[in-house]
Design a protein around this ligand. Structure first.
Ligand code: ADP
Ligand code: TRP
Length: 346
């Protein structure tokens, strides 16, 4: 790790042939929720998982929502830079761009032939999107098959995901089983993956709801100075007067401070909340927000420096992506060859 952060405790794992894989959609500026909910686990996995770690930028998936090439390129670049800046180490993990491994689209087709329409029609995420008025493309409907191909391609054994994605991993399990039964007489050409539900911190946004790009309530990772203070200043609090006791348990600022401060400091801050003062001076939400902004700025300072360096040197980022894509393609071609053989295409 390049800088301190929450450690993710993993159950003991010993199988060096195990492979962990997770994908991230390049869909907007990365925020504290993404860091504590996803990036921190990837960093823990690259350090603690005994087998190979595959982390990829799901740009094919993003085409279901982004139809502006320049914007997509920019989002992919920003996500790659963010991951590397936060501590993904290309010597420990494979960080690749999905579209650099086009084999995945062929596997998607092979899987489509063993996937019932009913299975795809049951996808919660698809149904939710349609219920919210999105006019679905065939690609959106077919999204779980592409996701299954992402997972099955490197024969991943473990797939860390948020709650909303567990059903997609279960679909990948079904597709692997159906493929093996139909084409390979049950031989394990494709490996059934297991989902691991991320036990990550739930990060509230500035309005107290879940922090999310879709709600416009995010705190980006790499803001600093006045702009960061301004965003942190927008975190919603109640209207208790300065000097009166405050309730830390229900305070959004305190919930965010918990991500950064150690236990000793949190106890001290909780005392200031209860008393409504710090030593002899009154203590209010404004002071708590100052502490929070200082913590965010300090915590991400090393990552911000690397972010700025990598942003100024896109060739370094591209070199990492290319090197990783070479390894990912090697693995993909091996799986695809086995699948083609099983189907009678070789
Ligand atoms: P967003 O809601 O901003 O669109 P995504 O759905 O793209 O974020 O999520 C990317 C990853 O970040 C997922 O693993 C998700 O679980 C995690 N994540 C996003 N927001 C939060 C949050 N507020 N708290 C914890 N994890 C989050
Ligand atoms: N569908 C995931 C999301 O929206 C991203 C993703 C694509 C993914 N392919 C994957 C996650 C394979 C895990 C494994 O968050």
């Amino acid at each position: 790790m390049t800088f301190g952060g929450p450690r993710v405790i993993l159950a003991p794992m010993s199988d060096a042939s195990a492979r962990v894989l997770t994908g991230i959609q390049p869909s907007g500026t990365i925020h504290l929720g993404n860091y504590f909910g996803a990036i921190a686990q990837c960093i823990a996995l690259q350090n603690e998982f005994p087998g190979e770690s595959f982390f990829f930028i799901a740009d094919y998936h993003a085409l279901t929502t982004i139809h502006d090439g320049d914007r997509l390129r920019e989002l992919v670049r920003e996500l790659a830079v963010t991951y590397l800046a936060c501590g993904i180490d290309p010597d420990k993990a494979i960080l690749y761009r999905q579209s650099d491994v086009p084999e995945v689209t062929e596997l998607t087709w092979l899987l489509s032939t063993v996937t019932g329409m009913g299975l795809l029609e049951r996808a919660h995420s698809y149904k939710d999107k349609v219920a919210h008025g999105i006019k679905p493309s065939a690609g959106l409907f077919f999204y779980p098959a592409l996701m299954a191909a992402d997972i099955l391609m490197p024969r991943s054994t473990l797939v860390p995901v948020g709650k909303d994605q567990v059903q997609h991993v279960e679909m990948a399990q079904d597709m692997a089983t159906h493929f093996n039964e139909r084409f390979a007489g049950g031989a394990p050409v494709l490996v059934r993956p297991e989902a691991r539900l991320s036990k990550a911190a739930y990060v509230p946004g500035t309005d107290g709801k879940k922090m999310s790009k879709s709600y416009g309530n995010t705190i980006p990772l790499f803001e600093s100075g006045k702009r960061l203070k301004k965003i942190v200043g927008q975190v919603v609090t109640d209207s208790t007067n300065l000097g009166d006791p405050l309730d830390a348990a229900t305070c959004n600022v305190f919930a965010l401070l918990k991500l950064f401060a150690d236990e000793g400091e949190l106890e001290r801050i909780e005392g200031w909340y209860r008393a409504g003062k710090r030593e002899d001076a009154p203590f209010g939400y404004g002071h708590a927000k100052q502490l929070l902004a200082a913590h965010i700025e300090q915590f991400f300072a090393p990552a911000r420096a690397r972010y700025e360096h990598l942003t100024a040197h896109p060739e370094e980022v591209e070199a990492v992506l290319q090197r990783s894509a070479t390894r990912a393609r090697e693995v993909a071609q091996k799986t695809l060859y086995d699948c083609r053989r099983a189907c009678g295409l070789v």
